[in-house]
Design a protein around this ligand. Structure first.
Ligand code: CO8
Length: 258
């Protein structure tokens, strides 16, 4: 159905795999178009409750497609940037959690794609970097904004200005990824995390994602006001009644997404 991505749903987990291994899964406009399409599908499909995003072969995504970019005019480059940034903003805005299973190179647009996900788990083989300045450009799919928010302003500038590539352990130490696992454990670990999240109250998970993402753009009092406002959504749900009742009755809650 897609040219550059693979997509399937198993046990309510939507698996999205960027699949252009011959170009280390570089992001062309086709990849962007198909990512937008698949995340729209996921948003509207009740079967898909959480996403694991990965890359085929030895890369997660080695950046935007340099061959395609090299032929673009200034206007076309601007259009591609806007489209890519929109796709990543869209991923961040959907209610369903997205786990990046970073299996290999996550460079440039690939690192930006991982940063648009909610949680990043890396294989010990993964490598991260924003090498755009080597090509005479800056990150364009949100990297100048999301990277400093994850690793701090100084380290964000260091990584963007030096174009240094870092390994998974260093990325974890910096807060760019949450956990590093052996390569063969990557998908099982992401599935374990996905199942843990799926066992929680879905309205609470969606509200937490929204408030954390929106709040990151605000100062603390405004963010806390947003949290207070949003709190009533899960608090007024049937799942809140079930969750608290189950605790008091010393049993597992059965959430219904209501
Ligand atoms: N774009 C296109 N092709 C790529 C890319 C890429 N980003 N990365 C790798 N490839 C291709 C190679 O050209 C090669 O193709 P071929 O076999 O036909 O020669 C194939 O993938 C395998 O790559 P290598 O032989 O280079 O593999 P190595 O293991 O030797 O090296 C590296 C792996 C280190 C990842 C190396 O491929 C590399 O440095 N790649 C480029 C990384 C990079 O600079 N990424 C940032 C791109 S810029 C960006 O992402 C900006 C985002 C904003 C978008 C702006 C839109 C206008």
């Amino acid at each position: 159905m897609y040219e550059t991505i693979k997509y399937e749903i198993r046990d309510n987990i939507a698996y999205v795999t960027v699949s252009r291994p011959e170009a280390l899964n570089a992001i062309s406009t086709t990849v962007l178009t198909e990512l937008k399409d698949v995340f729209q599908k996921i948003e509207n499909d009740p079967e898909a409750k959480i996403v694991i995003l990965t890359g085929e072969g030895k890369a997660f995504v080695a950046g935007a497609d340099i061959a395609q970019m090299s032929a673009l005019s200034g206007v076309e480059g601007h259009d591609m940037i806007k489209f890519g940034a929109d796709v990543m903003n869209y991923m961040e805005a959907i209610d369903k959690p997205i786990i990046a299973a970073v299996n290999g190179f996550a460079l440039g647009g690939g690192c930006e794609l991982a940063m648009a996900c909610d949680i990043r788990i890396a294989s010990a083989k993964a490598k991260f970097g924003q090498p755009e300045v080597n090509l005479g450009i800056i990150p364009g799919f949100g990297g100048t904004q999301r990277l400093p928010r994850l690793v701090g302003k100084g380290m964000g500038k260091y990584l963007i200005m030096t174009a240094e590539m870092i390994g998974a352990d260093e990325a974890c130490r910096l807060g760019l990824v949450e956990k590093v696992v052996a390569p063969e454990e990557l998908i099982p670990e992401c599935e374990r995390i996905a199942k843990t999240i799926l066992s929680k109250a879905p309205i609470a998970i969606a509200t937490a994602k929204r408030v954390i993402n929106k709040g990151a753009m605000l100062d603390v009092p405004a963010g806390v006001a947003l949290e207070s406002e949003a709190f009533t959504v899960p608090f007024c749900s049937e799942d809140r009644i079930e969750g608290m009742k189950a605790f008091l009755e010393k049993r597992e809650a059965e959430f219904k997404n209501r």
